[in-house]
Write a protein that binds this ligand. Structure first.
Ligand SMILES: Cc1ncc(COP(=O)(O)O)c(C=O)c1O
Length: 419
């Protein structure tokens, strides 16, 4: 018998997180012991939450909470099986019909997470002789989907349509089917996808278009219908992916497109067929949020007002926000350890933010990812601004011309953003 290497050796040697823990700078898995959405309590301290994806602030809407409770009363706490066998509820099907209409597609299919949607859909549709063209900043679940898919993946520079054309020109004719996949709003930089030239390239080179609207639903479009609506290009996007873990205040996700394509995914996507259905409370929550999005535009208006207020103030303080025009507003910090230490300090001062380091961003481009909600009060926002400015100055990110210059260069080189 061979006595080769120990499979667990990599785990024993893995020190990155332990080093941060020893320095008291580990910023992950902070246990939240109470939440109102806008404010949370961790380690016994109240913090203004500016690190969440609860864009419309609906996690604590009384009508949404009641819908979740009613669903538990009617159906119980779980579906205890796949949709395909014993876990299919009328609630799932109603949600699918309503979502398809909302995003302007013939049909939709709900999965138990958004991650599964990307993994399952790309895995089901991309055959050996097909190709995926994927933006370099796409979410990890798309990357996972490209790894599960049998065909090749070719990446293009983030939101760079010249680069997309370059790779299409060089490679498209080697493959049968092709799909261009990109986030509608990029989760870390808050960038909006440059969809109009992308759909033109898709037509020119015979590709399908798949937009991951996890951060665009509830955010872009007149009622939050997403990126395609924002650009009035609904008929040019073949597949719209969404998740319920952000504006829909729940958990789960969906894919929407032509009825035949959705029917195919329903019978071929393994994460859909072989994983249990989203719980009754999760489905009812998403449905109630959809009711609210369709009928009450005041939440979207507040979200936009709050995001603009924060963007204007953060920029005038001197933060480099990568020119985000969405409620995801990154603050470019550069050094990883500085980003961790700032996160820790802000936490102690009552502001919950999340640091973003490689591989989610290029090496040396650490961010503090801040994100805003419709339900934030002016008092919440002003509190966060005051402490962000204080900590920014303490760490030399603000008020230091040399650092500003360095960060502007980083933004240009790594994100293509001019100050
Ligand atoms: C762009 C993007 N796509 C997909 C997902 C996965 O969604 P879910 O949280 O529902 O698994 C996320 C969530 O982080 C995301 O940001």
């Amino acid at each position: 018998m061979s006595n080769g290497g120990d499979l667990f050796a990599k785990a024993y040697k893995y020190e990155d997180a332990k080093k941060l823990q020893a320095m008291g700078l580990y910023p992950y898995f902070r246990a939240i012991t109470a939440s109102t959405g806008n404010n949370v309590v961790t380690a016994g301290k109240r913090q203004v939450m500016i690190g969440s994806n609860n864009y419309l602030g609906l996690t604590h809407d009384l009508r949404v909470m009641e819908a979740a409770r009613d669903a538990i009363t009617k159906y119980g706490t779980g579906c205890t099986g796949s949709r395909f066998l014993n876990g299919n509820l009328d609630l799932h099907e109603e949600l699918e019909r309503r979502l398809a209409r909302f995003v302007g597609k013939e049909a939709a299919l709900c999965f138990s997470t958004g991650f599964f949607v990307n993994q399952g859909t790309l895995g089901a549709l991309i055959g050996r002789s097909d190709v995926i063209y994927s933006d370099r900043e796409n979410h990890a679940s798309i990357v996972e989907g490209t790894q599960v898919a049998l065909g090749d993946t070719i990446r293009f520079r983030h939101n760079d349509m010249e680069d997309l054309e370059r790779v299409l020109k060089n490679s498209r004719e080697k493959y049968e089917g092709a799909m261009i996949v990109a986030d509608g709003v990029f989760s870390m930089s808050g960038d909006i996808l440059n969809l109009p030239p992308l759909v033109e390239l898709a037509k020119k080179y015979g590709c399908k278009v798949y937009v991951d609207d996890a951060h665009a639903l509830g955010v872009l479009g007149p009622k939050g219908e997403g990126t395609a609506q924002h650009f009035s290009l609904v008929n040019d996007v073949d597949l719209v992916m969404g998740t319920f873990s952000k504006s829909f205040a729940s958990i789960g996700g969906f894919i929407a497109g032509k009825a035949d394509v959705v029917h195919y995914i329903k019978h071929k996507a393994r994460p859909f067929m072989f994983s249990a259905a989203m719980s009754p409370a999760s489905a009812a929550t998403a449905l109630k949020c959809l009711d609210i999005m369709e009928t009450e535009t005041q939440h979207l208006e507040s979200l936009r007002k709050n995001a603009k207020y924060m963007s204007d103030n953060l920029k005038s303080m001197g933060f480099n926000t990568l020119n985000s025009r969405t409620p995801v507003i990154p603050l470019l910090i550069g050094d990883d350890v500085a980003a961790f230490a700032m996160t820790q300090k802000l936490c102690e001062e009552g502001v919950f933010v999340t640091p973003v380091v490689r591989p989610a961003v290029p090496e040396g481009c650490a961010l503090l990812r801040t994100s805003y909600m419709a339900s934030h009060t002016k008092e919440d926002l002003d509190y966060a601004l005051k402490h962000l400015e204080k900590i920014g100055k303490e760490f030399g990110v603000l008020g230091n011309a040399e650092t500003t210059e360095k960060l502007n260069k980083l933004a240009l080189q790594n994100f293509g953003v001019h100050a």
